[in-house]
Design a protein around this ligand. Structure first.
Ligand code: MV4
Length: 447
């Protein structure tokens, strides 16, 4: 087993990884920018190395500095967390070349899943349901128009190097094909340095349901059931839950099997998430595969009583997985608490937390790195805490979530707590009757 793991990340996920490492008797190394000098991940790691000034591209994204930090502290593995370098194939490869175990997939695996058209081709070959569309990148407008006619409009153009909605366009009729093609290519080239586009039949009003999978180095994979991530705003997840209120036992069995098939077909190693679009007829289609631990992993941990970070570290160290699939025994909901103002278009609100009270009680978990007196730097993602509520039923979980949100005190900055309090009081949400379109018609009631 690893003796010392460097966590190439910050915030709540760095703390989350340090916690599991401590329980496993593994030493930890934190890396931090000067903006994070007073962060808890620095405080609770066994060692800490300053890797530069606040901007991410001069600190948390600086591969040479992170490798150097691992070398001077003699770390034998690096955990990338999520975001930053978690899905950076070059980083995975450079770790391998320096004989430092990257706790995540190989560079080839990251590249394969990072190229969306290639990922889809592999999934289709493996027999995983995919949205009807182009077999690969669309080479010209002429080819695109011909294919669009076959699969019928509306269609979606998507950036192969994309994800998270960038470089994506819906084309409703042939007349607008050229203009949508040009703008998707332009945005994709600007965002990813790659303007390759593929095409899919547009799935209207979909649910975003993802399946957690684990795979070991011996080609075995298993699933840990679903997370419904449909509550999103501008492709940012706001809240997630498991089980999905839209799920049925039959659909879970089919999606779980498809996700395991996806993982085993590419010999996926580590923890990963297979994202699906699900339409109102409960037909599901492969969307993307994420090769990292995700922000929302705690709700899965809570309903199957499992430490996913521990599993990830053990797999990286060569452990075999049991191969057992896990079904949810409880209900868990996560609200992402961001330092943003929900009454002002969710604009970021960094600054000093002058007073903090964290809710507690049965079934309440808060994953956070903030504390009273902590100053939220403006340089990074605005998420400051995850409030995870677990109960026997969805109804109980919703009541407990409302109570916990009302008890959650964060003063000195604006937060999205009032948004979540209104979300869990919204009849459509309470009825479990929502899709990815929910936020388009959600209005914050003024205080
Ligand atoms: C789609 C789609 C409808 N039809 N593909 C959004 C980002 C990326 N994950 C893929 N996305 C979508 N792909 C087809 N063929 C609708 C979306 C989509 C979406 C998907 C999941 C969660 C939120 C979303 C918000 C807008 C669009």
């Amino acid at each position: 087993m690893f003796k010392k793991i460097l966590i190439a990340n910050r915030g709540e996920i760095a703390l989350r990884i340090i916690r599991t490492c401590k329980e496993m008797g593994i030493k930890t190394v934190a890396v931090y920018s000067t903006a994070d000098k007073e962060s808890l991940h620095v405080r609770f790691a066994d060692e800490a190395v300053c890797i530069g000034p606040p901007p991410s591209n001069q600190s948390y994204l600086e591969i040479p500095k992170i490798i150097a930090a691992a070398q001077i502290t003699n770390a034998d593995a690096i955990h990338p967390g999520y975001g930053f370098l978690a899905e950076n194939a070059k980083f995975s490869e450079i770790c391998r070349k320096h004989d430092i175990k990257f706790i995540g997939p190989s560079a080839d695996m990251i590249n394969m899943m990072g190229d969306k058209a290639t990922a889809k081709k592999n999934m289709r070959k493996a027999g995983v349901p995919v949205v009807p569309g182009s077999k690969d990148i669309v080479k010209s407008v002429k080819e695109g128009k011909k294919l669009a006619k076959e699969i019928t409009y509306p269609i979606m153009l998507k950036a192969t190097a994309g994800g998270g909605g960038k470089g994506m366009r819906i084309v409703y009729k042939e007349e607008e094909f050229q203009e949508k093609w040009d703008s998707a290519k332009q945005e994709s080239a600007a965002s990813f340095g790659n303007d390759g586009l593929y095409m899919e039949k547009f799935v209207d009003n979909p649910h975003h349901i993802e399946i957690q999978i684990v795979g070991d180095q011996y080609g075995k994979a298993a699933h840990l059931s679903e997370r419904d991530c449909s509550i999103q705003r501008r492709h940012q997840k706001l809240a997630e839950e498991t089980p999905s209120p839209f799920m049925t036992d039959e659909l879970r069995q089919k999606m779980g099997t498809a996700a395991v098939l996806a993982a085993e077909s590419i010999k996926y190693e580590g923890v990963g998430t297979v994202e699906f679009l699900v339409n109102d007829k409960r037909e599901f289609y492969f969307m993307e595969m994420n090769t990292r631990i995700q922000v929302e992993h705690p709700i899965t941990e809570e309903v199957i009583n499992f430490d996913l970070i521990k599993e990830q570290i053990k797999i990286a160290d060569g452990a075999k997985i049991s191969g057992k699939n896990y079904l949810p025994k409880l209900h868990s909901i996560e609200c992402r608490i961001n330092a943003e103002d929900p009454y002002n278009d969710f604009r970021p609100s960094p600054g000093k937390i002058t007073n903090l009270h964290i809710p507690g009680g049965h079934g309440v978990r808060v994953d956070t790195h903030v504390y009273t007196g902590y100053t939220i730097p403006p340089n990074y993602d605005s998420m400051i805490a995850k409030l995870i509520i677990t109960a026997r039923t969805r109804e109980e979980a919703l009541k407990k979530m409302k109570r916990a949100l009302d008890e959650f005190i964060i003063e000195g900055v604006k937060t999205t707590i009032p948004f979540h309090a209104q979300l869990v009081s919204d009849q459509r949400f309470i009825d479990g009757n929502y899709t990815t379109k929910f936020m388009e018609t959600f209005e914050m009631k003024q205080p």
